[in-house]
Design a protein around this ligand. Structure first.
Ligand SMILES: *Cc1c(COP(=O)(O)O)cnc(C)c1O
Length: 385
């Protein structure tokens, strides 16, 4: 048996180490020149006017909602098939996250269900590009425009991704990225919000640092001033220069990381071709899938074991796997406050017991991928009906 294969390991080498060490030697650790460079390079790579670095994607989502003035009692539409962060930020405002089911293939938010969920209280829409496959943005933007609603994309999985030739980050009114340790590139913890809206960008920047007036971040440099004004009770969401120093070389390698993941995803799909028990993820031909996750669905009718047992079987053979996601409507808080039942979300409820995420990252070798294929084929052979 091969040695333990973790679910994710970030690819970091001497570039990242040297970059971080140079910040440590510089004496300036918090938000400063490295953050500025990281933001500028991110904006240029993505093709947007503004990129604001924050200490998480959750912070990015929170401030993107603040910028569109979400108030207590408002509603914000989010998919049920997502991580905790997408909906909790709505609850921060005492607003209501309204959950919507996904479509079968991509497990992305269903545009039809989204339109049906719009009420007079709806204030914004947060589509999530599940696993890195872009949502149906033409349909979503058309629905949003016809109801005059802003679209804030949760692109925590979607770097670098494209929808009909357009980079994710340039389509919605604002877009939020994550640099958490397991994401497509990392700063340890970190996030970025992109937007072309000057007013929102200024608001997000201010709110990310205690609501202080512009450029307060450099108040300890010779260029800065000790004086500032508090414009609003803001938050402490700024990214450090230490984190940005990690992010800059990661951003430079992001395309290469993606190419490797895309190649590995193709190897998985090829390797599982003759296993009808496994439904492989597929990218629509008009998108660039970021391949953050490789989420298979088990055809449970063909198997004598369930997904949880499948995970245990992989674990016994030294392969880590995970589940993305336990749909929000099944969690106590959203189930109880939203009054949701599993049958309100038939697609997500059916997919949840079947989904399984396999390891997919650039630090893996082709032989790791082949080993996962061999082990899964073996587990299927042992447990098929
Ligand atoms: C990881 C993740 C987030 C949160 O990102 P952080 O940077 O950890 O705050 C938000 N949405 C989705 C879909 C995620 O997977």
């Amino acid at each position: 048996m091969k040695q333990w294969l973790p679910f994710h390991v970030p690819e970091l080498d001497e570039d990242e180490i040297d970059s971080v060490v140079s910040v440590l030697r510089s004496g300036w650790l918090t938000t400063g020149p490295k953050v500025k460079q990281f933001e500028q390079e991110f904006a240029a790579t993505t093709g947007v006017r503004h990129a604001i670095a924050l200490n998480s994607c959750t912070a990015a989502l929170h401030l993107a909602l603040d910028a569109v003035d979400v108030q207590a009692g408002d509603e914000v539409i989010v998919p049920t098939m997502t991580f905790a962060a997408t909906a909790e930020v709505v609850a921060y405002f005492k607003a209501k996250p309204v959950l919507v089911d996904c479509t079968e293939g991509t497990l992305n938010i269903d545009p039809e269900g989204l339109e049906k969920a719009i009420t007079s209280k709806t204030k914004a829409i947060i589509p999530v590009h599940f696993a890195g496959h872009p949502c149906e943005m033409d349909e979503i933007m058309a629905i949003a425009r016809s109801h005059n609603l802003p679209v804030i994309e949760d692109a925590a999985h979607a770097l670098p991704a494209r929808y009909r030739g357009k980079m994710i980050g340039t389509i919605g009114d604002s877009t939020c990225f994550s640099f958490y340790a397991t994401k497509n590139m990392t700063t340890g913890e970190g996030g970025m919000v992109t937007t072309d809206n000057d007013e929102w960008a200024a608001r997000i920047r201010t709110m990310s640092l205690h609501g202080l007036s512009r450029d307060a971040w450099n108040r300890y440099t010779s260029k800065g001033s000790w004086a500032y004004e508090i414009l609003a009770p803001g938050f402490k969401y700024n990214l450090t220069d230490i984190a940005a120093a990690l992010g800059i070389p990661q951003l430079h390698k992001c395309e290469r990381f993606w190419k490797t993941r895309e190649r590995y995803a193709a190897l998985y799909s090829e390797g599982f071709r003759d296993l009808p028990e496994i439904i492989c993820p597929r990218a629509a031909d008009y998108v660039q899938h970021a391949w953050h996750l490789y989420v298979i669905q088990l055809d449970l009718e063909r198997l004598r074991i369930g997904r949880n047992e499948f995970i245990e079987q992989l674990k016994e053979r030294n392969i880590a796997s995970s589940v993305h996601f336990i749909p929000l409507h099944l969690h106590p808080y959203y189930r109880d406050t939203g009054g949701y039942r599993p049958e309100d979300f038939p697609v997500a409820s059916k997919a949840y017991p079947r989904v399984l995420s396999l390891p997919l990252y650039s630090k893996m070798t082709e032989s790791d991928i082949e080993n996962v294929i061999t082990v899964i084929t073996d587990v299927i052979r042992m447990h098929r009906r």
